[in-house]
Structure formats: C-alpha cells, structure tokens
Design a protein around this ligand. Sequence first.
Ligand code: PLP
Length: 407
Amino acid sequence: MTDHADREKAGGSDRAGFRTRAIHVGGEVDPVTGAVVAPIHFASTFRQPGAGQWGEYDYSRSGNPTRTALQQTLASLECGRTNQCAGALAFSTGMAAIHAVTMLLKSGDHVVAGTDIYGGAYRLLHQICDASGIRVTLVDMTQPDAVEAAICADTKLIWGETVGNPRLTVPNMLAIAEIAKKHNVITGVDNTFATPALMRPLEWGIDIVMHSATKYLGGHSDCLGGTLAVANKELFDRLYFIQNATGAVLDPMSCFLIARGLKTLDLRIREQSKTALQLARWLESHDKVRSVLYPGLSSHPQAELAATLFDSELPTSEKCFGAMITFELDAPLEKVKRVCQNTRLFHLAVSLGAVESLIEQPATMSHASYAPEDRAKHGITDSLIRLSVGLENFADLQEDLERAFDA
Ligand code: PLP
C-alpha cells in the first residue's frame, strides 16, 4: 500500500480521532506534486471529455475540488460514532445555509422555531419566509412539550440552536428529534456555538446540522461561510439541488481558509472553553454582575442536560462547554454601553468564535432585528452583555473586564 493510501485509510477510518480526521480527511496529499497542502482550485470551469459528456467536475457552482475537500472533512467530523452523515455542503455564509433549509418549504407550510435564536435567523423567518406564505411559531425549545404542542398538520420544519443565542439555553435536542420523527417533521439545528468538536446532533437523530463557518470553524475572523451536514441521502440531494439552482456556494479561497481552521478547531475550542469557564466563575462572584449564563456553571438552568449533551463521551471533569458567556450587569443601560466600549482586549464587535475575544450588547447589535416586544418577551434585556472568549490569557481578559467595570 502506498504512503498516500495508508494515510487516507488512517484518516478516513471510523476509529481515527476527531483531530486526526480534521487533518487527514479531505486534505490529502496532492497526487501530482506531493504537496502536503492541496492546491486551491480557483477554476470556474473544467474541460469536458466530449460534448454532452461530464467528468467529475464541470462548473464550480455545481462542484469544485477545494469545496469538495472541505465538505469531506466536515462530513467526517459531523459523523461521530453513528456514521449518520450523508454529506456536507459549504455555502457563502451561514445565512445562505439557513436560507437553503427554508427553501425546502412552500407556501402554507409551518415552522416551529426556538425563541433563543440568532437575530438573522429570526429576520429570515419573519421577513423573508413570511412573505412567501410560510408561517412561523416561536417556542421555548427548552420545553419539548411546548415544541410538540406547537406542531400542526402543516408543520414541516423544526428549527433551533443547540446552544441558544444570546441566552445560551440548551434544549433537549434528543427529545425534540424523537418528537419530530413521530410527526414526520424535518429537524434542523444551528450548532455554531457548540461546534462539531463538542456536539454532533446527527448522532441524536437530527436531520440537518448547520454552522456559521464564519465563527469557530474558520476561527480567525477572516472569511465568511456556512455549512450544512445532512443525515440522509434524499434530503442531502434536495439541498444540493437547491444550492446548485440558487448559487450560494462558498468560494475556493474561503473553503481553503475554513479547511485550515478545522485542523485546529478541537484545540482552539477546548482552550477557549477552559478560559470561558474561569471567566464565568469569576463573573458569577463579582458584585457588579447580576447573573451569568454559561452552560458549564451549576447555576445554568439546563446545567444537568448540558453535562450530558456537551462532550457526551468524556467524563464530567474533562468536558468543555464552549466559549460564549452571557451576563447581566447590575447597572443602567448607559453604564452597560460604557462597559462594552471600554474594554481594550475584548473588541466591541458582532460575530464570535475567533482567536480574539469580542464583546457585544445583543439588544442593540446581534439581536437588533428582533421586534422590541419579542426581545422583551424572550429575555433579551438591555443589560445583557455577550462575550466570545478567545485564546488570550485568562488573567489579561479578567483585568480587561475589571478595568471596564470601573470605567
Ligand atoms: N448562526 C449564528 C448562531 C450566528 O451567530 C450567525 C452570525 O452571527 C449566523 C448563524 C449567521 O452566519 P453568517 O454571518 O455566516 O451568515
């Protein structure tokens, strides 16, 4: 067996660990030059063997080798123990990936969605899908009974987030997948905050797992991207058709950057999670902080469930709970804004999941597209602050926040 085939087999094996697959599946040695990093294929079109004859690739909207490599890595990482992934697709942005899922629906169909979801997904459901005659009911996804009660004859999709945004709720997606199967409804989850390193919802029976690859998968705030990993072939084929027909594919350069990011995803999210846990504990003991939402704290409303869903194969002492923290300051709005504007290491910016730490105020930034009454109803108060914890040293981040609190 050649060295190349050996490596491919080792990386592709079900037994290979997450980090091994992140490095070796999809990113094979270039057979022409031996380069250990595959070249980026910028070609938009490919020479065909004959008129009406098609090779593996013909036109980059339909397929591109650099995109294929990324999609193979992703499918392998989402597979987990159950091998439950028919394939992955890479889109131009996370929103394009969610939009493709909603294009499975037609006028008259109904969606049950979580109350704790990204503002852009809320806007898509309420201002784009709504205009195409698709109805939406928002429910608290931490209550599986409420999800089931919201299902009607027209319900075709249940959409939620494995870790909600911005309140970091952790719904029981295992229970929701079971309910959906009973009612023959497709389930789609946004797994951006948890990443496939910490949660693999296809293992729980979820049909479609989505990521804003702009965040942890890329990990360096230098490209946009979105991904879908799909449990079964029939659904995968429908989503591939939608993507090819509508064209929101990821460009080759971004495919390369995200594939590169995936190689260090497991390391990054674990280090960032450790710092986040330290910061969450410190914030919880701080007299200027009213409350802290972090799934790794025993005070989190779904702490017990989070401990079973995050890092399901690891003992409690080794589990990681992600690197997002939401907390409420015991202060009026102007003071909350001042804190967000006075950090030096935490950049005041939307987005998340990169090596540098970010701070934002959901009510005026990531969730500004929520209707004010929905923000109020769903606990997105003016005093909430959301942190995306990066790879800086804990002590420096702690000092940065302390200085901003005193400003
Ligand atoms: N899902 C979550 C949880 C997000 O935070 C975002 C963006 O912030 C998106 C989806 C949308 O992704 P993108 O910005 O790549 O379109």
